[in-house]
Design a protein around this ligand. Structure first.
Ligand code: SF4
Length: 338
């Protein structure tokens, strides 16, 4: 066990965790909501420091990040645990493990070993993903700091529930993030995730202000968040608060975990969301989890020229100039290209 970062001691041995917006007040011998942070004798400990449950070399497109070092490898790691309890979680075996099994598992590793693995596999970045990086913040932080020293970038794939203290702590070492904006209704967050929408919107705005390269993902669930008006509100929020240059990924839901009564998202719904995003003025909208769709390609926002042809997570052709512009009309294509 390692002592946690970002918490404060209250009276009676109670501690308040400041990592995510649940701000759990945890009594002695109790866990936080994520079940991976534990109060022992008035000190908060993380139980997942260096306890990796998954480590793979993924294409960066899998995060998904389509405008950040395209075609590069990203060493991707995760632990068990999550601060959300989404009933539709597509990765619940890992994220909900501590709640389901009542314990923490993972292979012991170190920040040095993770960074070395990234270098050995010629990855350009380390992605903190598979589960919510906030709940293994201390380990991610140590890896990220060391990674930067070795010329690597760091990527968070997150539900966006981090506090501003946590964001400000990781920010000097963070280069890109894909944040879920799961819906635009408080009710959805309460009912399906046991969380709130408002802090997620704040996180998105804060990351944008910090200058972290940001992409947003919405998993579209039939009958839950596929109302065109709600999708329009998401697109308008991205345009007005994050900038029209922020890529929006609208991805296909498959029935998983506890939400088995909803069908997989029809391709037509994803195409509708794509259209709504473009009509709202977003420059880059992508459909996800349906390989072969035009919606996974990058077109010039100005002249419509095909610039990056993808199939799934693979890049079939890449036609941006070295300056990151469209070769046909010269428009600047937003992103981190090298
Ligand atoms: S990280 Fe865990 S313990 Fe900390 S506030 Fe969030 S849910 Fe609670």
């Amino acid at each position: 066990m390692k002592e946690a970062m970002l918490y404060r001691k209250l009276e009676g041995g109670v501690v308040e965790c400041g990592l995510c917006n649940h701000r759990c007040q945890i009594k002695p011998d109790k866990f936080g909501i994520c079940r991976v942070r534990f109060n022992r004798n008035g000190t908060l400990y993380t139980l997942v420091y260096g306890k990796i449950i998954a480590q793979h070399v993924d294409p960066i497109e899998k995060k998904p990040l389509f405008h950040f070092l395209p075609g590069s490898r990203s060493l991707s790691i995760g632990t068990v645990g999550c601060n959300f309890q989404c009933d539709f979680c597509q990765n619940f075996e890992i994220s909900q493990y501590p709640k389901i099994e009542g314990r923490v598992v993972g292979e012991d590793t170190s920040a040095e070993a993770v960074v070395q693995a990234a270098l050995t596999t010629r990855s350009q970045s380390i992605s903190y993903t598979y589960n919510e990086p906030t709940v293994f913040f201390e380990f991610a932080y140590d890896c990220a700091k060391l990674a930067v020293k070795h010329g690597l970038k760091n990527v968070f794939v997150s539900n966006g529930y981090m506090t501003t203290e946590a964001l400000d702590t990781i920010y000097p070492h963070l280069h890109a993030a894909n944040i879920d904006l799961k819906a635009f209704r408080e009710e959805f967050y309460r009912k399906h995730c046991k969380a709130r929408l408002a802090p997620v919107l704040e996180t998105l705005k804060h990351l944008k202000k910090q200058g972290v390269w940001l992409e947003v993902t919405t998993l579209i669930i039939p009958g839950e968040n596929d109302d065109p008006e709600e999708l329009r509100e998401i697109a308008q929020f991205i345009r007005d608060e994050l900038g029209a240059e922020t890529p929006w990924h609208v991805t296909r839901f498959y029935p998983r975990f506890q939400l088995l009564t909803r069908p997989a998202t029809p391709v037509e719904t994803l195409r509708m969301a794509y259209k709504i995003g473009k009509e709202a003025g977003l420059k880059y909208v992508y459909t996800g989890n349906v390989p072969g769709e035009d919606g996974e390609k990058t077109f010039c926002w100005n002249c419509g020229e095909l610039l990056i042809d993808r199939y799934g997570f693979g890049i079939m052709s890449f036609r941006l100039t070295d300056e990151g512009t469209c070769p046909k009309c010269g428009a600047k294509i937003d992103g981190v290209w090298e």
